[in-house]
Design a protein around this ligand. Structure first.
Ligand code: 2F8
Ligand code: CA
Length: 329
């Protein structure tokens, strides 16, 4: 009996495609028992048990069916979701495969980008170094700028000093010019005094020497030349007046002569002879070339009209003339 009982499974039910089966199935009738005596009670008991089982099964089905159906529905839904996800994963896998080449290219590009980033990093480091240098230079420039500002602040005062210096410079230049002129005048005065001390007279940029001895016209000219001069020429009324007044009543040779008895008059110092302008200085009636031998001229009268032609071999006082040249003195 124990072995038979242990082989009999526990009573339970299964739901398969909404069919309910009772397990274990109805046990086979016992053999060897007296069917006549036991059958009514057993049948009744079986019927009752079966009824109870059926009722319990119905009750359980009524209670569990909605839950089971809900669970099945959830399982279905989850299965569909899983299937969708599997599909998505499959799609993604195929896409990943398709994109593997792109990924490799992207990897290369990433490597290139990394290299570029390294390069940029080194450049950034250099830039940082340059920025530090620039900052140092900016600081130096700032200090220089401050100095410049200080100097700029001094500019107005310097400008005033410069204006004063400029005004002073103008005055100094004027004084220098005045001093130079004074020097020239002093040099001139000195030269004139020196010439006067040697017997010369000064009139309008020329020195004149009135001799104290008489000579022929040619000897007189030789004397003048030995003194860096010539017998005097006369080119203006003022000069003529100076000469005849200084000569007094004494006859003096002047530097007027001519080439031969029929030649033209000329000045021995090469001053051009103006025949027309000189007419006013001849004594009226002169030059008369008396004896056809008067080829030299002299100052004979103490007046504007004072010239006379006379023989060049005659002895008279004479007048030398020397232009004043500061560079020669
Ligand atoms: O009367 C004018 C005449 O007088 C003198 O001669 C007499 C002069 N001679 C000399 O002076 C040498 C002339 O030249 C002059 O013309
Ligand atoms: Ca004469």
């Amino acid at each position: 009996m124990k072995a038979a009982e242990s082989e009999v499974p526990d009573a339970h039910f299964t739901v398969d495609k909404q069919n309910i089966s009772l397990w274990p199935r109805e046990p086979p009738p016992k053999t060897g028992s007296p069917l006549v005596l036991r059958k009514p009670c057993t049948v009744r008991a079986v019927v009752i048990v079966l009824t109870l089982v059926v009722l319990a099964s119905v009750l359980l089905q009524a209670i569990l069916y909605p839950w089971v159906m809900g669970a099945l529905s959830d399982i279905k839904t989850n299965a569909q979701l899983l299937k969708g996800r599997v599909d998505n994963v499959s799609t993604l896998s195929s896409e990943i495969k398709r994109n593997r080449g792109g990924m490799e290219a992207a990897g290369i590009q990433v490597q290139m980008v990394n290299a570029s980033l390294d390069h940029m990093h080194s450049q950034i480091q250099r830039l940082e170094t340059d920025v530090k240098k620039a900052n140092a230079q900016i600081q130096m420039l700032t200090k220089s700028w401050e100095k410049v500002n200080n100097l700029n602040a001094q500019i107005p005062e310097l400008q005033r000093d410069l204006d004063k210096a400029s005004a002073l410079n103008t005055k100094v230049r004027a004084l220098q010019s005045s001093l130079e002129n004074t020097g020239k005048l002093l040099k001139r005065q000195s030269d004139i005094l020196q010439m006067i001390s040697q017997g010369w007279k000064y009139f309008k940029e020329n020195f004149y020497y009135f001799s104290r001895v008489s000579k022929t016209w040619y000897s007189a000219q030789q004397f003048c030349k030995s003194r860096d001069s010539h017998l005097t020429s006369v080119t203006s009324e003022s000069e003529q007046e100076f000469l005849y007044k200084t000569a007094g009543e004494l006859v003096h040779w002047i530097g007027l002569t001519k080439t031969g008895s029929e030649g033209d008059w000329y000045w021995v110092d090469d001053t051009p002879f103006d025949k027309v302008q000189s007419m006013r200085f001849w004594i009226p009636g002169e030059p008369n070339n008396a004896g056809n031998s008067e080829h030299c001229a002299n100052l004979k009268m103490s007046s504007l009209q004072s010239w006379n032609d006379a023989s060049c071999d005659s002895h008279f006082l004479f007048i030398c003339k020397r232009p004043y040249n500061p560079q020669e003195l």
